[in-house]
Design a binder for this molecule. Structure first.
Ligand code: COI
Length: 362
């Protein structure tokens, strides 16, 4: 598909932008969105940027019944030099295609999707917040739109990109969150959809999250679905532990989301020559390290959450307080380095940022 195929219809009104201090995660949306359609036999067609608006879909659209959908999350930032930058955006569209494979959804062209995103950002660039800790969160997603009640892959889809100016994901900000280890519910098993970014994984996590929130915890830590022993991930983040100097994250095993922030943190730690390993780690290993005073830090990583220090785990009724419930040095350094690279304040030695060159002023 060629760039000139894209139709642009600008909004005639501009919505009021929330003040930086009022920004919450994912509640306000920019003036425009990108859409393109897929029809079997025709491929992806009719790419367009239109004012942000409700969708008109038949109630029989397959997305409403069988949940055939995938999504991504990435962020845009403005630098002090007024340049707009994206963090490893091609990784998101590559992962979208991996999720598409698992959900029987046709691939999108990674270069075209990136071009479409850059055009959308250029149009809505005045929506990117500048205050510390804020960014423009970008949500590309695909839904099955064929009106049909049989269970089979849809023959029609919509690929949509919406954008939202955001503050921090957790109300705690960079302050440590409390996480409850989930011992009854299961998020995913090997061979399931755990490594795909699909809505169903998140829908099935809600019950456990609701229970943990009632106990005063922000999210749950998922264990493997078979033995309920090995650590997988937290609700919206991958997880890392610093044990006796070694930084450990669960190895990808088919049921863990391959986080782009996770990958960036591993790369960064290797770049700093710090000992980092991806391996199977049980909750008992973490507990033993805690008991012997070797659990030095724990933190979550994710696009929305960035780096979120974990100050406490609840496991089998026992509260395990990590680092006196305070942010550890490594979590702080990783947060500052990653957000520094993302906002252009720290030199991007690893070549992770991409500029959005063009600015369209309305
Ligand atoms: C992200 O970190 O971008 C995610 O997709 C997590 C989300 C469910 C808020």
């Amino acid at each position: 598909m060629k760039e000139q195929d894209m139709q642009i219809t600008l909004s005639t009104t501009k919505k009021e932008k929330p003040k930086a201090e009022q920004l919450e995660f994912g509640k306000t949306f920019t003036d425009h969105m990108f859409i393109m359609d897929y029809t079997q036999g025709q491929g992806w067609h009719d790419p367009r940027i239109v004012p942000y608006q409700p969708l008109e879909l038949e109630p029989s659209s397959m997305i409403f019944h069988y949940g055939q959908s995938v999504f991504e999350g990435l962020k845009a930032y403005v630098t002090d030099e007024d340049e707009v930058i994206l963090f490893r955006p091609e990784k998101n569209f590559q992962r979208l295609n991996n999720s598409n494979d698992r959900l029987c959804i046709p691939h999108v062209d990674v270069d075209y999707a990136l071009k479409a995103l850059k055009t959308l950002i250029s149009i809505d660039n005045d929506w990117i917040p500048r205050a510390e800790g804020t960014s423009l969160y970008i949500r590309p997603f695909i839904i099955a739109t064929e009106p049909y009640l049989g269970v089979s892959p849809s023959d029609r889809y919509k690929f949509i990109i919406i954008m939202s100016p955001v503050g921090s994901y957790y109300k705690e900000g960079i302050h440590p969150v409390k996480i409850a280890v989930e011992s009854s519910f299961t998020r995913a098993v090997n061979g399931g959809t755990g490594e795909a970014k699909t809505g169903g994984n998140y829908a099935s996590s809600l019950k456990a999250q609701e229970v943990s929130e009632k106990l005063g915890y922000s999210q749950v830590l998922w264990l493997d679905g078979v033995e309920k022993k090995y650590i997988e991930e937290v609700g919206s983040m991958n997880v890392f532990f610093k044990i006796n100097g070694e930084i450990i994250t669960p190895a990808l095993n088919g049921s863990i989301l391959p986080g782009i922030t996770r990958d960036s943190i591993i790369e960064l730690l290797k770049h700093w020559n710090l000992p980092v390993s991806e391996k199977r780690i049980s909750m008992q290993d973490v507990y033993d390290a805690y008991k012997s005073g070797q659990l030095e830090e724990a933190f979550g990583t994710g696009t929305a959450a960035v780096i979120s220090p974990i100050g406490e785990f609840l496991w089998n009724g026992e509260e395990m307080v990590v680092q006196n419930g305070e942010t550890g040095e490594l979590s702080k350094k990783l947060y500052e380095t990653l957000t520094g690279i993302q906002t252009g304040k720290i030199q991007d030695e690893l070549g992770w940022t991409t500029k959005v060159e063009e600015k369209i002023t309305l």
